[in-house]
Design a protein around this ligand. Sequence first.
Ligand SMILES: Nc1ncnc2c1ncn2[C@@H]1O[C@H](COP(=O)(O)OP(=O)(O)OP(=O)(O)O)[C@@H](O)[C@H]1O
Ligand SMILES: [Mg+2]
Length: 92
Amino acid sequence: MEDISLHILDIAENSVSASATLVRISIIEETTKDLFTVAIEDNGRGMTEEFVQKILDPFCTTRTTRNVGLGLSLLAQSARETGGDSGPLCCE
Ligand SMILES: Nc1ncnc2c1ncn2[C@@H]1O[C@H](COP(=O)(O)OP(=O)(O)OP(=O)(O)O)[C@@H](O)[C@H]1O
Ligand SMILES: [Mg+2]
């Protein structure tokens, strides 16, 4: 995806699917550090630590409509293409 806003919408959709009633999206641009950070947190059902370990695998999904889950792996790929990374994924 070319546009970061589409990634953000896509990841926020995960929160809705996880029955979240609160989704916090923070976007921080630090030009002096050449760093753009996006964090998305929610109060949905969460994930086990074990599940989080494999979540960037495109075949890791709880979807029942298809066998691939691309949202997080595509975002991680876009982040890598800019010289960044996908940061710590947390399941608390
Ligand atoms: N915020 C979240 N809360 C709980 N589980 C999540 C959350 N985000 C992702 N997941 C879990 O991680 C899996 C992979 O997410 P990902 O966005 O990569 O793919 P997907 O949502 O399954 O499919 P797609 O994004 O292609 O529609 C999801 O199926 C879901 O089980
Ligand atoms: Mg998704």
